[in-house]
Design a protein around this ligand. Structure first.
Ligand SMILES: NC(=O)C1=CN([C@@H]2O[C@H](COP(=O)(O)OP(=O)(O)OC[C@H]3O[C@@H](n4cnc5c(N)ncnc54)[C@H](OP(=O)(O)O)[C@@H]3O)[C@@H](O)[C@H]2O)C=CC1
Ligand SMILES: CC(=O)C(=O)O
Ligand SMILES: [Mg+2]
Length: 755
């Protein structure tokens, strides 16, 4: 099992507070800079699409966001398994669903919380907002009101209305169960199924399973009052009555005896180990209550090693959660301008998910998830970060929608559609996801050199609490304690290991190591003591050099050049040793590496070739196929300039070295990054836009990176220090705790290390 991620209340609150309150931002998709833009976007230009839509409403899909906009609507009466928290308190979950729509299927979604428990008022409000959206995703509305609300809205509205907790859950549960039974060798029609929770999710799950072949008399449904049997009157409604059976069983405990399948959509801890013990062989247990399941996988496996267990959480294997469904169901439905999401589309989604889990898992998924996945007890359903979902599930949904006549605009070329979906997703998020998963596997003991800096302490705490490995913090115990307490991280005092010259047993060996290195460079024993005992960058480097940590991150408190010089006392880290700094720029779904951003001030053509090699190496470690451009202000020899000359010559150095990646130059940045401009040079040897830019000097590197950061809001990771024998990373003085954590993760993965 993957290392479990520990999330504290403080972290959860900080995540929602920073960088701005909440999780959503709105940005314009059209230019909005000039008077002309204003005239087009607003009055008078906007009048034209208004009139066109008034004449032909279907064109709203062409001229507005309607076709890619979903409303996530709740009244907060059944917020996860937390109960009726009300409309306002449900907003974090609804914002969360909205960002999941965007992240996983590029669907724009906005949360709407309606402050009413009156179904009629709710229905009226949603009905009136129909024109704005391509679909309505109802969320966390309790049963039985949710059934009436959804049914009525489906009848009244001409866009998909989908109650996620009912059908999203049912679809994923069905997909998981198809595969779990595949493994246990049982047939659904022979299974005794116990469902705990007869609300929105429960009723929909059992209905779908019955539609798939489960027999009514084999299904026992329970709620807070126990088994729903024929003749029961307490706590009943028409939806529960439909699943009442003639039985003498009265409690969940009795129902569980001999059961093949348990489905939990109720509350935390509703199932005991005794109940699990009494189940049939190879029992299937889907404990789907959120955030805490009816029984944890550990508890279930303690008493039944043959159990196939799933939960709704992301930190256990087999996450049966509707996040696998709603983004892709809506993607497929929106792309055919569907009027509804019908049963056929839901079943197509379930079957596509189940089939995907049985397929061979590509390495990129294994990297992203941190372990090799193969179909079996611990992998019955795809993981949410599986990049194949986006191009596998929506086409299946769209096809089913077209076959059943709910599409307004059918997709003619479904293969082409799958290709477009594949290109639609932001590759950078899976790159970061992959690096974090690799770091989690590496479990490196990370040395954080600057324990007197609160950003560093936050990063160290996050490193350890995210299960990435052990954090070793260089600093004074009392100071670290005080800073952690002030930062609201008092609990972490006992978790972090604080190391310093006074509490280490190794100071003498550190000093003699350093003396050996520096005695002929003008350092006497007194200087050595000062460096080893008082400079935390040097002390931390000595720890690393002696294997008293696996990797090092520093640089948040002092200028990088200075830190590099101090690290250079312990390691060979200068330009002449082959060290190079590579910075990753992530923006608008693209990742571009720039070098050298740290070490070489004014590289010559040989240095530039080395920078290209280091950049290509980092690109490969990040999962990219390197395409290196030597960039300048001239392209392939024009205009002729002394300053551009070395960029012109550098590719020839690589020709001589016979490297195994694509490179070319010199060229301007637009030629390097824009395929249309590159096409003007048909002889260019790059097969696509460059993803590694080698720049003429450190100042141009710094200018371009900072310009991208300040003007475009690009995410900057680095400079990633490469070419050292040890994994060392230098964060910048303006780094946030998250930036420092990213650098620690790079160090943990040994990205850029000279192997
Ligand atoms: N993994 C996933 O993807 C999803 C998980 N869920 C989870 O399912 C749960 C229910 O959600 P939802 O259906 O929307 O909520 P509802 O409020 O509509 O239904 C809750 C149901 O659970 C029953 N229940 C509550 N406590 C117990 C108990 N101790 N024993 C037995 N039954 C109990 C209630 O019984 P009664 O009718 O007697 O009040 C009711 O039938 C939540 O924990 C939610 O997080 C929901 C959607 C998706
Ligand atoms: C996952 C989800 O929708 C829920 O727990 O309510
Ligand atoms: Mg929900």
């Amino acid at each position: 099992m993957a290392e479990k991620t520990r999330i504290t209340r403080d972290e959860a609150l900080a995540y929602h507070l920073d960088p701005t309150p909440g999780k959503i931002d709105v940005s314009a998709s059209t230019p909005m800079a000039t008077q002309r833009d204003l005239s087009l976007a607003y009055s008078p230009g906007v009048a034209v699409p208004c009139e066109v839509i008034a004449q032909n409403p279907e064109t709203a899909y062409d001229y507005t966001t309607k076709g890619n906009m979903v409303a996530v609507i709740s009244n907060g009466t059944a917020v996860l398994g937390l109960g009726n928290l009300g409309a306002l308190a449900s907003k974090p979950v609804m914002e969360g669903k909205a960002v999941l729509f965007k992240r996983f299927a590029d669907v724009n979604a906005i949360d709407i919380e309606l402050d009413t428990e009156d179904p009629d008022a709710f229905i009226k409000a949603v009905e009136l907002m129909g024109p704005s959206f391509g679909g309505i995703n109802l969320e966390d509305i309790k049963a039985p009101e949710c059934f009436i609300i959804e049914q009525t809205l489906k009848e009244k509205m001409d866009i998909p209305v989908f109650h996620d907790d009912q059908h999203g859950t049912a679809v994923i549960c069905a997909a998981g169960l198809i595969n779990a039974l595949h493994i246990s060798g049982k047939k659904i029609e022979d299974c005794r199924i116990v469902l705990n929770g007869a609300g929105a999710a429960g009723i929909a799950c059992i209905e779908l399973l019955k539609a798939m072949g489960a027999r009514h008399e084999n299904c026992i449904v329970c709620d807070t009052k126990g088994v729903i049997y024929q003749g029961r009157t307490a706590g009943m409604n028409q939806w529960k009555s439909a699943h009442a059976v003639a039985t003498d069983l009265r409690t969940l405990q009795e129902a569980m005896e001999g059961a093949d399948v348990f489905l939990g959509v109720s509350v935390k801890g509703a199932v005991t180990q005794d109940m699990v013990k009494s189940m049939a062989d190879n029992p299937v247990i889907f404990a789907m209550a959120n955030p805490d399941p009816e029984i944890t996988p550990e508890e279930a496996h303690q008493v039944r090693i043959d159990a196939i267990v799933a939960t709704g959480r992301s930190d256990y294997p087999n996450q049966v959660n509707n996040v696998l469904g709603f983004p892709y169901l809506f993607r497929g439905a929106l792309d055919i301008h569907a009027r509804a999401i019908n049963d056929e589309m839901k079943i197509a989604c379930a079957e596509a998910l189940a089939a995907l889990a049985r397929e061979d898992v590509p390495d990129e998924v294994a990297i992203a998830y941190g372990r090799k996945l193969s179909f079996g007890r611990d992998y019955i359903i795809p993981t949410p970060f599986d990049p194949r979902l986006i191009y596998t599930v929506p086409p299946a949904v769209a096809r089913a929608g077209m076959d059943t006549g709910v599409s307004r605009r059918p997709i003619v070329d479904l293969d082409g559609y799958a290709d477009k979906l594949r290109a639609r997703m932001d590759p950078t998020s899976s790159i970061l996801q992959g690096i974090y998963a690799r770091a989690r596997n590496a479990q490196a003991r990370m040395i954080f050199a600057e324990g007197d800096e609160v950003r560093v302490l936050r990063a160290a705490v996050a490193y350890q609490r995210n299960g990435l490995g052990k954090a070793l913090v260089v600093g004074r115990e009392a100071d670290v304690k005080e800073k952690l307490e002030t930062a609201g991280l008092a609990d972490a005092v006992r978790e972090l290991e604080v190391v310093n010259a006074a509490n280490t047993q190794h100071l003498e060996s550190y000093k003699s190591f350093l003396y050996q290195r520096l005695q002929r460079k003008g350092f006497d024993r007194h200087d050595i003591h000062k460096l080893a005992a008082r400079d935390r960058h040097v002390f931390a480097s000595l720890m690393l050099a002696h294997g008293h940590g696996d990797a090092l991150v520093t640089g948040a408190t002092r200028k990088s050049a200075h830190v590099l010089e101090l690290i250079g006392k312990v390691f060979d880290a200068s330009a002449s040793d082959g060290a190079v700094g590579i910075t990753a720029l992530l923006h608008k779904g693209k990742i571009v590496l720039v070098g050298d951003t740290l070490v070489n001030e004014w590289p010559d053509d040989n240095d530039l070739a080395l920078i290209a090699e280091r950049g290509a190496h980092v690109a490969r470690e990040l999962g990219l196929d390197p395409r290196v451009a030597f960039v300048s202000f001239s392209t392939f020899g024009y205009p002729v300039s002394e300053r551009a000359d070395k960029m012109h010559r550098a590719p020839a150095v690589l020709d001589e070295r016979g490297v195994d990646f694509e490179y070319d130059g010199e060229m301007t940045v637009d030629v390097a990054l824009n395929p249309a401009v590159m096409a003007q040079y048909p002889f260019c040897r790059l097969s696509g836009p460059a993803n590694v830019l080698v720049v003429p000097a450190r100042h141009s590197a710094s200018i371009s990176v900072k310009l991208m950061q300040e003007m475009a809001g690009a995410t900057v990771i680095g400079p990633i220090l490469t070419g050292l024998q040890h994994p060392v990373q230098i964060a910048s003085t303006v780094s946030t705790a998250n930036d420092i954590l990213n650098m620690a993760v790079m160090a943990a993965c040994e990205i850029g290390r000279n192997s």
